[in-house]
Design a protein around this ligand. Sequence first.
Ligand code: AMP
Ligand code: GLY
Length: 428
Amino acid sequence: MNILILGSGGREHAFAWKIAQSPLCDNLFVAPGNAGTAQVATNLSISYNNFPAIADAVRTNNIDLLIVGPEEPLVNGVVDFFQQQADLIDLPIVGPDAEGAQLEGSKDFSKQFMLRHNIPTAASKTFTADTLTEGLTYLETHSLPVVLKADGLAAGKGVIIAETLADAQAAMNDMLGGQKFGQAGSKVVVEQFLRGIELSVFVLSDGVNYKILPEAKDYKRINEGDQGLNTGGMGAVSPVVFANESFLRKVEEKVVKPTLAGLQKENIRYKGFIFIGLMKVNGEPYVIEYNARMGDPETEVVLPRIQTDFAELMLATARGELDRITVQVSAQTAVTTVVVSGGYPNEYEKGKIISDLDRLEDVTAFHAGTLANDGQVVTNGGRVLALTALANSLENAVRKSQEAARTVQFDGKHYRKDIGLDLIRYAD
Ligand code: AMP
Ligand code: GLY
């Protein structure tokens, strides 16, 4: 097969790294990719939002399978676009159509979906600009902290956890009255704050059948001890010790099955990943959010544990043949530490030379924001590298991943030194 992956982050490098190992893959392309994907695939300098250019690349390179990494093209209808091209209508694609991607693209849609199908989630109420006054009054009687979510895609910045009524009302005014979130803020979901521990479960759906992939925990804040600004993710661990067998069974029965049944009932033929963000509250799973894609950096710990041929798994997903596949998972622990540019998630400089990548031992260096420039690898984003170690114990995986983060060098380098430590100390 000739395979094309859309995206340019650590997630897409992990996809490419895994697929390049498959005997089923003849030629592998990534659009637009990064310096890491260039080591295992051919980068195409096409934006993943330029659908006609992607279709041309599919024709030119005789692509047999298309895998969509990020949420933006999915929500914008890349799958629907392909379904409208007479000559490409049968192209197998991993990724839901725009309707399915609403699970991520609209917080209100996903909330209503969970309510319709009895999926456990925080109690909530949705307000629009027209009901702003009502919303401000509603907040007066809501318990604190209270969670406010801008409806649309907001690149991880659409969720506010307000500790005071004044902050909550200011956030609602911002989202509905101002232009801060643009279209994304045309609706606000106000929801109860859940106290518990967070983890993510990943599901592959082929429209009829599903497979549950290894779970993961990510570390979202910029600094140790979960302090400071929210980021795309500073590290991840898989498996997650508090996701024991009985909890994962509950997740499958109370969340995964009703989600898949709900999609089918609503005639949404969902082919792709469903990333379920969960809060474990008193031993019970509650859905915080759905994403229509894999997580980043979660992919960088989930994929190294999957032993099944990944190209075969992706093709089966796109063709509705997941029932023929058994997903084999390694019992080892994977830990990734994300090395970021100084200043991230605020402003940061790009173009810093990355050195000592060749000194890394016993880890896989997934590139996130990198660029190959005149024979050198330079920084090209906030999150630069995800350094994944696989080991027989969580302690060893943490040690190896952290050692790698210490070893690589670039001007302004920052990383968290406590990835996975809470799980080493964790006792149920
Ligand atoms: P989201 O963009 O939906 O992933 O939300 C960002 C983060 O906000 C989540 O990862 C949680 O840590 C937190 N969060 C979202 N909803 C809730 C909730 N209902 N209760 C507690 N924390 C939440
Ligand atoms: N790491 C969180 C995400 O991919 O949304």
